[in-house]
Every structure is written in structure tokens, then in C-alpha cells.
Ligand binder design. Structure first.
Ligand code: PLP
Length: 398
């Protein structure tokens, strides 16, 4: 590392709160599917800002849209209509098949909104305020108090208890464990269609279908968190679209704005007309013209260029290449995931491999201490997979 980055890093360590153990690089700009640090070193990016930059860094029409909207109007508040929000909501409805959209600033806030929707839906039915939500072990839903309360990782929650309360945790892909927890107080079952931070585990079709059945029988809400696995990541605009089940409420964020902070929770018409009403929920920034201009453009490109189709076409190649890597290195115990959301499970912490990869111009990230996570820009080509695998192969060997 040169003096320039070293100085900035020591300034960062003086000024920023120590909530992250950051990798020792200062990123400066992006081009295509590559990032450059402050000293001009080039990196192949297989993280995409954690499944955010789906379209890569050189999508000119996206950048132009943001520049134009910046010149025009950044913010209005939700007391007035604005055209980007209307257009973005229409496109998102079309992409998702859901009926009603509420825009948020982040993924965690989308989860908060989904929780409030479920509680209100149940409250309108029986007037009670002791409703429970069944969530999953090893899940991740965000860091705000509500989202944290439904996150199935006790380590993240411990110092911040009590959470919002009335949350029960079942085992992912174990329907019997869900059935044991569902009772007359249950108002929702909440899960990621593919678990992200918890280890790149897709739901089984049987599991999702059984949850749909329980929710229908009990008239409770099936909430799917698609914040990481949605927006084309698994080869479908939203991961659940592959399974032949539809949620009542869905959350999205990460790739939704491709870099502009924005999320959303969406619901069916039935839930929309039997839950939150004026005065129940709001946000100052959520759905502002800048964020929604981004969403509108991203959704337009997804539909026009069939980004999900590209993922279905190229991601099996990454699967095969990572299988080869697994066969070659006994340290790799397991390979799982879907589309461009894959993980290699190692028998030891992967931090040394990630640091080695950085030295060699490849950006990778973990999921938990022992899993190497691959969530590249969705527009990568086979040649980028080859480049990644050849660097990684060397790093594992070392
Ligand atoms: C990242 C993530 C969140 C939280 O989103 P933030 O924008 O970081 O608040 C929630 N759920 C899932 C599945 C995620 O991957």
C-alpha cells in the first residue's frame, strides 16, 4: 500500500465508528465490472457492493438518468406526487406481479414495513396486539430493532435485547419446525427465498409450498425477503418466481437502485386494502425522485435487456467452474446457492483467501467466517468467471 491510501485509512480509523473490520483498500472508481483503488490498482469485482451493482459501473443511460434528475428535482416529500415514483412503482409492479408498493431508503426499513403490515393485518381481524411472527434461524433481515428482532443469529441480537418481542424461530427448510410454532397468535411467516448472509441456502420448493399452504389455511401473511436474492440475482426477477408460489408481502432493496439507497416492500391487493392506511406509516426520504428515477431506469433495463435471462445463461458456467475448484481443493467442503448468488464453504475461515485475492486484484467477500460468497454484477460474462477462478485457484493454493 502506498502513502496516499495509508493516510486515508488512518484518518478513517480516527473518524468513523468501528463497526466494520474494513479491508485495507480505498476504492475510488468503477469501470465495467472492475473497480480501481485510490492508487490506480485494478480489481475484478465479484461483490458488487454486496449484490447491489447489478448493472456494473459503466451503464451510461443509468448514470445519465441520475444526472438529469439531479438537475431537475431531488426531493419532494411524500405529501406530493412525483413522476419518477409513479413510473418506478408501475414498473416494479410489472416485474414482481405484486400490486402495491411502498418505497423505503434501505432493506432494513423494507423489513420494518413488512412487519408493521403483518401486525396491522392481524389487528384488523381480531383487535388483539399479541401477534407473533415465525422467522428462521440463520436468517438476516437488517440492523434496525425490528429487522434485528427477526434475524435468526443470536450473536447479532444479544447486546440489544429485548427486541420487538413475539418472534419465534424455526429451522429453514424444516417444515415440521415451522408447524410446531404456528398457533392462533401467528400473523406471519417471514423468510428469505434464498438465505444470503446465513450461508447462500436456497429454500426447497416443498418448504415454500408448505408455508404457502399454512398461510392460506390460517389467513396469515407469507413474507418473502428478496432484498439480496431478488432483482435477477438467481436468474428470475424475484427468486420466488421459480417456485410457483407467490408471497403476500415481499421486500426488495440492494440491486433495486443499483447504488442509489432505496428499498421497497410490496404486497398483494388484498393485503394492501386490509392493512396500512394513511397515518400508519411514512418516511421523509423514501421514494424520493432521485431514488425512484434510479429504480425506474433499473427496472426498464431489466425488462428490456432481460438481465435475469443473462443470469440464467451465464451463472451455470460459474457453477461448473466452482465445482471444478471444489474438486481440486479438499479445503472446500460444500458449494451451494442459485444463479449469481453462490457460496463455497471452507473448513476454515476464509479471511486469508479474501486478503490474498485482494492482493491479486480480485474482490470477494465472506458470508459467515467460513463461506466465500460470490455475488458479482449480473452483467458479467464467462471470461470474467474464468479470470476470477484463475486468481482464486492460486490464492487457495497459497
Ligand atoms: C442486506 C439485507 C438486508 C438489510 O438491508 P440494508 O439495506 O442493509 O438495511 C435485509 N435482508 C436481506 C436478505 C439482506 O441481504
Amino acid at each position: 500500500m502506498g502513502q496516499l491510501m495509508e493516510n486515508y485509512i488512518s484518518e478513517a480509523e480516527e473518524a468513523l465508528l468501528h463497526t466494520y473490520n474494513r479491508y485495507q483498500i480505498v476504492l475510488d472508481r468503477g469501470e465495467g465490472v472492475y473497480l480501481y483503488d485510490l492508487e490506480g490498482k485494478k480489481y475484478l469485482d465479484f461483490v458488487a457492493g454486496i449484490a447491489v451493482f447489478a448493472l456494473g459501473y459503466s451503464c451510461e443511460e443509468y448514470k445519465q438518468t441520475l444526472k438529469d434528475q439531479t438537475d431537475k428535482l431531488l426531493h419532494t416529500s411524500n405529501y406530493y406526487y412525483n413522476v419518477p415514483a409513479i413510473e418506478a412503482a408501475k414498473k416494479l409492479k410489472k416485474l414482481s406481479g405484486m400490486d402495491r408498493v411502498f418505497f423505503t431508503n434501505s432493506g432494513a426499513e423494507a423489513v420494518e414495513g413488512a412487519i408493521k403490515t403483518a401486525r396491522k393485518y392481524a389487528f384488523l381481524k381480531d383487535g388483539k396486539t399479541d401477534h407473533e411472527i415465525v422467522a428462521m434461524n440463520h436468517s438476516f433481515h437488517g440492523r434496525t430493532m425490528g429487522a434485528l428482532s427477526v434475524t435468526g443469529n443470536p450473536h447479532y441480537r444479544e447486546a440489544f435485547e429485548p427486541g420487538i418481542g413475539n418472534i419465534r424461530f424455526a429451522d429453514y427448510n424444516d417444515i415440521e419446525s415451522v408447524k410446531k410454532l404456528v398457533n392462533d397468535k401467528t400473523c406471519a411467516i417471514l423468510l428469505e427465498t434464498v438465505q444470503g448472509e446465513g450461508g447462500l441456502t436456497p429454500a426447497t420448493e416443498e418448504f415454500l409450498k408448505e408455508i404457502r399452504k399454512i398461510c392460506d389455511e390460517k389467513d396469515i401473511l407469507m413474507i418473502l425477503d428478496e432484498i439480496q436474492c431478488g432483482m435477477g440475482r438467481t436468474g428470475f426477477d424475484f427468486a420466488w418466481q421459480k417456485y410457483g408460489v407467490k408471497p403476500d408481502v415481499m421486500t426488495t432493496a440492494k440491486a433495486l437502485g443499483c447504488g442509489v439507497p432505496v428499498g421497497a416492500f410490496l404486497m398483494t391487493e388484498k393485503v394492501g386494502t386490509h392493512s396500512l392506511v394513511a397515518g400508519d406509516h411514512g418516511t421523509t426520504y423514501g421514494g424520493n425522485p432521485l431514488a425512484c428515477a434510479a429504480v425506474n431506469k433499473v427496472c426498464e433495463i431489466f425488462e428490456r435487456d432481460d438481465i435475469s435471462g443473462h443470469v440464467r445463461e451465464v451463472s451455470p458456467y460459474m457453477w461448473d467452474k466452482l465445482e471444478e475448484l471444489k474438486a481440486k481443493h479438499p479445503k472446500i467442503k460444500e458449494h451451494r446457492g442459485a444463479g449469481f448468488m453462490q457460496g463455497l464453504v471452507f473448513e476454515e475461515p476464509v479471511a486469508p483467501v479474501i486478503n490474498k485475492a485482494l492482493e491479486n486484484g480480485l474482490i470477494l467477500i465472506n458470508a459467515g467466517s467460513n463461506i466465500l460468497r460470490f455475488v458479482p454484477p449480473l452483467v458479467i460474462e464467462k471470461k470474467h468467471v474464468d479470470e476470477m477462478v484463475s486468481i482464486l485457484d492460486k490464492c487457495i493454493e497459497d
